[in-house]
Design a protein around this ligand. Structure first.
Ligand code: TXA
Ligand code: MG
Length: 339
């Protein structure tokens, strides 16, 4: 059974569903989360089942105040320095867990991710729940993360107890995940809206995790799975913008059933083959619209009717670009075409 909650007064009802062991989808400023009480092993197990998520991929625990992490994790001075600068907001910090968090939440590990969302509905919901909320993104495993309640319904209808509709998520990409590795050092496991540059203003040593060597276990297990995949193959076109446009035009004129995830400035040239991410220079819009664009490609024609989805190879660095690159390269299964 699903209940779709669209008005604030029902939040306390959603909170009591969660406290009682139910699953509740809620909006955050990054993407929608699929929440369960972080103190309830059975509910956490059900989160994995509802998503079809591999059981070795831990859940992030959400709090309404950074200090609430004391109840279930070992904090330190760097945690509070980072919390002062970036919480509430799109940052998850990995700390050593306390006993109260069941291994069903941490996938058997001794660490736990702590995140304090800035979305007012998330804040209120977690506060009313009165327990920390374990929540992955509210998509079926392998699908793009949901940035609207409609996306959540598409994937999770009948699999959860309630969905809280909080409109479109502001950032559109999941939080930055960082592991505290020392008194003044951090390792970024997943790039997000809180950038390495921003973290470096608060922490002396900020490193990023590189690609995995064969056989190596990733520090953030989620990074090893194929993610965000649309149903048709996605290709990143690496070249000058004009060359990319010419390439896609040529493919269309040769009769290829393809779509182009492009920018506002190009969209007119491609008519109904275009899905725009926003203005060419508007990185924030690209992040905001990316997952919705990938989902939209799935609704074109019958399944597998498209032979290709093309988009620009994103920049790798600078602001949110690192996060966009990280998501797109996975969605494309690392398929880059030089044009
Ligand atoms: O923005 C977000 O982070 C969203 C919203 C709902 O908060 N949540 C989210 O959760 O994206 P999920 O489960 O889809 O992604 C969490 C990522 C995964 O890659 C997981 O492996 C990693 O964080 N992670 C969680 N706990 C971890 C831990 N203890 N150690 C290392 N990585 C962890
Ligand atoms: Mg996810």
């Amino acid at each position: 059974m699903n209940t779709l909650i669209t008005d604030g007064s029902s939040l306390s009802c959603a909170a009591s569903i969660l406290r009682g062991g139910g699953l509740v989808i809620f909006p955050t400023e990054t993407v929608y989360g699929l929440g369960a009480s972080a103190y309830d092993a059975r509910a956490a197990y059900n989160v994995f089942e509802a998503k079809g998520r591999p059981h070795d991929n831990p859940l992030i625990v959400h709090v309404s105040e950074p200090a609430d992490a004391e109840n279930f994790a070992y904090t330190n001075e760097l945690y509070y320095r980072l919390a002062d600068a970036f919480m509430p907001g799109p940052l998850t910090l990995i700390l050593k867990k306390k006993k109260i968090i069941p291994y069903e939440v941490t996938a058997g590990g001794e660490t736990v991710g702590v995140r304090c969302p800035s979305h007012p509905v998330a804040h209120e919901f977690i506060k009313l729940a009165g327990v920390p909320v374990a929540a992955p993104s509210a998509n079926l495993s392998g699908r793009p993360s949901p940035t609207t309640a409609a996306h959540c319904i598409e994937d999770m209808c009948g699999r959860v107890d309630a969905i809280i509709d909080g409109g479109e998520c502001e950032f559109g990409l999941e939080s930055t995940v960082a592991l505290i590795t020392g008194e003044d050092s951090l390792k970024i496991l997943r790039p997000g809206a809180v950038t390495a540059e921003a973290l470096s203003c608060v922490c002396a040593s900020v490193t990023t995790s590189e690609g995995l060597a064969p056989g190596e276990t990733p520090l953030s297990p989620g990074m090893k799975y194929k993610h965000y995949a649309p149903k048709s193959p996605l290709f990143l076109l690496d070249g000058e913008r004009d060359d990319v446009i010419e390439y896609v035009k040529r493919r269309i004129s040769e009769g290829e059933a393809c779509l182009f995830i492009c920018y506002d400035e190009d969209a007119e040239l491609f008519g109904d083959r275009a899905i725009s991410l926003g203005g060419a220079d508007d990185d924030a819009a690209h992040a905001h619209n990316l997952f919705a664009a990938l989902r939209k490609t799935d609704s074109y024609g019958k399944e597998n009717a498209l032979t290709a989805i093309y988009t620009y190879m994103p920049k790798r660095e600078g602001g949110i670009s690192a996060a966009i690159y990280n998501r797109l390269i996975r969605a494309a299964d690392h398929t880059v075409l030089k044009v």
